[in-house]
Design a protein around this ligand. Sequence first.
Ligand code: GLA
Length: 390
Amino acid sequence: MEDVKRMRELHRARFDAEPEVFAAPGRVNLIGEHTDYAEGFVMPVAIDFATLAAISPRDDGRVVMWAENYGEERSFDAAALPPERSGEWSDYPVGVLRMLAEAGVAIPASANSGLSLSLWGDVPLGSGLSSSASVEVATATAVVALVGATISGPELARLCQRAENEFVGANCGIMDQFISANGRANHALLLDCRDLSYRLAPIPENVALVIANTMVRHSIAGGEYGTRRAEVELACRILAGHRPEIRFLRDATVEDLARWGSEIPEAARKRARHIITENARTVAAADALERHDMKQLGELMREAHWSYSRDFEASCAEADRMVELAETLPGLIGARLTGGGFGGCTVNLVEQEQANGFKAALGKLYAQETGIEPEIYVCHASDGAHRVAP
Ligand code: GLA
């Protein structure tokens, strides 16, 4: 609430206008990694780190954006948004404005309209907790409300994903934007990335969500995410040559892989094995959570981590170590590397009463072994994008 108050004051002082404030969270994924663009299943949770977007109308035909985290302003003629990305923070909100305009949402763009937008967030950057998706979804939610349009949560997520794919130039799937737009407090969300249908499963009250940052920086704009995606798509094409109904790896089975896997180059075959088994694990994990079978959920998370590390080869020594250390500690239910991979954070489900001790012990052990001081956050499953009451 303090942050919201500060954002309001900051916006008022800067733009001399009373804003409406919207929040969109980052996320942690419990299970289902790199399965979203294979039209498979993911099970993320929205967390209590978020981007706040304060917005107010203008009457000079300009879009003026202020990024409090960078202390920088960008402004444009509302009717002539930048056509190309600049490689800066402003690409995310500009991409969203462009996609909204393409989708027919009339962003204020006449000589006597426009908008002022202030952005600030506390989602740790480059940590695999979806700071970018939270900026996109916060911006989209704020602009849609300003112009009085209606757009469903799933549609809003698609639009933000397109902003990232087509304008920012990162070839991500739908998971991050979807959970930021549609998450629910105290729940995990099982999403079918084929048709965007989803179910919410409550996280038991006696379970804490502990996120451990390896401090190894992760970036999905970096080459590795794209390489993995290309390998997944190659494996899919080869399998589809035998069974045309395989449109995405979502449609493939371990039997398909056993039968035709020898035709797939080794690396791509391993990536495919991760995706196919991960889809099955994710659905099983949602079932386990729904029946409160935390032991089973923890076991699936553990399998998922090693599949991500060994078959998908998207972990790093530090993340593997963070998971192994967590497994030596009392209270752990399940731990794995979360997000796009190659660094970032592990997600740990921990018995609530052990959470503080777990946090302290994990931090100490990791620092001793790697020489890196980690950041560890005890988080709460939070609501997706929403307007923050004045
Ligand atoms: C990043 C992408 C998501 C998803 C994950 C991996 O977070 O933005 O779409 O592919 O990596 O599960």
